[in-house]
Design a binder for this molecule. Structure first.
Ligand SMILES: [Zn+2]
Length: 407
């Protein structure tokens, strides 16, 4: 009996000591770091690690070297890699990937802002809005396309563009920018024009940079669209500025920065959507051009970070890889950027080859493409600034929301 009591006493003392020690350790743990005041999340749609490497290979060729030239994003100090599979497929579509990144939950391919059970998910943009952040949704493709939509909308079918557009007033987000809108007049071209609907519901829709600068004075809910897509469907390779008033992705971010200023915190989601489109078409030089455009947009965020280094977080990632691009194909160990570039420049930087001719040119020049769709490869994650270390190492795309919110 005495022995049993002795053992019990030992257990009680041990438990008490454990409690003390644990309390002590917890007390000494640093408090969770405050979030960055300014957050940029840049998503290169379809930009796998090899798209990035191929673009650097092209830059190295331009510098007369085999390698060594670097994009800005790849020089960020924190690097990770994210898996991208969706709720129902090993290979994701853009809307499921956007939902996973924005909302932290896997989604069925083809759906926007819904989890595997079909329930509405909550985008990180809404969490940050509740915390007082101004929100900017920016893309060089239509504002109602899959990636931007994943950050503000809920829809069973990603191609129900009009249904996505008319959810914009419910968001209360102050700044949307993009090429314009797909399905501008809705089903059968018979519904209220998208800009009219948005204007009737509290937004000002401006076409082109100058118009935006004038009309945004004193306004708190703005939509920027390319001047060349005035009151019509935006469906083309729209970052190819057709009019002077059109904006590149970098310029759209600058418009957003000017519009919001730095008094209040902000979160900008910025999508380079045309990388994916070039990937679907297996157009090597177009892809390179789009990655360079995207890196120029990264530079706007980076320059802002340099001005506010203690308060800014910049994250760059992709939603999936598109095209299954390889550097080297058919046993070749050489690349012929000169021929690829020559064809591209001579054709006015446009896709003039048919698919067969294009495929032959790629193979001849040592660039392989394995699919006209997406692949399931991991995507890169680059980060710099306050809290950037959270984006190092292996992660899943559903981890990104929590890392942004530092939860
Ligand atoms: Zn995508």
């Amino acid at each position: 009996m005495k022995r049993k009591l002795f053992i019990w006493a030992q257990i009680v003392i041990a438990a008490a000591l454990f409690g003390l020690v644990t309390a002590n350790v917890l007390e000494r743990l640093p408090e969770k770091e405050e979030k960055a005041k300014y957050i940029f999340l840049l998503i290169g749609d379809g930009m796998g690690a090899t798209h990035v490497a191929a673009t650097e290979s092209y830059l190295s060729y331009k510098a007369g070297q085999l390698g060594g030239e670097k994009l800005l994003m790849t020089q960020f100090p924190c690097y990770g890699t994210a898996s991208s599979y969706s709720y129902d497929k090993p290979i994701t579509c853009s809307s499921a990937a956007a939902t996973a990144i924005a909302c932290g939950e896997k989604a069925y391919n083809g759906t926007v802002g819904l989890n595997g059970k079909g329930e509405n998910t909550k985008s990180v943009a809404y969490d940050l809005q509740e915390e007082g952040y101004n929100i900017g949704i920016i893309t060089d493709v239509p504002i109602n396309h899959a990636t931007p939509a994943g950050f503000y909308a809920h829809c069973k079918r990603r191609n129900d563009y009009y249904d996505i557009s008319i959810q914009i007033p419910e968001t209360g987000f102050g700044f949307f920018a993009g090429a314009g809108f797909s399905s501008f007049l809705g089903k059968d071209n018979s519904q209220e024009p998208t800009d009219a609907y948005l204007e009737r519901n509290g937004y000002t829709v401006s076409y082109g940079q100058e118009e935006f600068k004038v009309e945004s004075q004193g306004k708190d809910k703005m939509v920027f669209c390319q001047a060349s897509n005035r009151r019509e469907d935006a469906e083309n390779y729209v970052s190819d500025a057709k009019m002077e008033e059109d904006a590149t992705l970098a310029q759209m971010i600058e418009l957003g920065l000017e519009y919001y200023g730095t008094d209040e915190p902000f979160f900008f989601m910025c999508e380079g959507g045309t990388i994916d489109w070039a990937g679907h078409d297996n157009r090597t030089m177009s892809m390179v051009e789009k990655v360079l455009d995207f890196d120029a947009a990264v530079k706007v965020a980076y320059d802002f970070y340099l001005q506010h280094p203690d308060e800014t977080l910049v994250i760059v990632t992709a939603d999936h890889e598109t095209g299954g691009i390889t550097i080297g194909c058919d046993g070749s160990k050489s690349l012929d950027w000169a021929t690829l570039e020559k064809q591209w420049i001579e054709s006015g930087r446009k896709n003039v080859l048919n698919d067969e001719e294009n495929s032959a040119l790629n193979t001849e020049c040592g660039i392989g493409w394995t699919t006209s769709s997406h692949t399931g490869g991991h995507v890169p994650v680059y980060a710099i600034g306050k809290g950037a270390e959270r984006f190092m190492g292996r992660m899943d795309n559903t981890d990104i929301k929590g890392k942004i919110l530092n939860r």
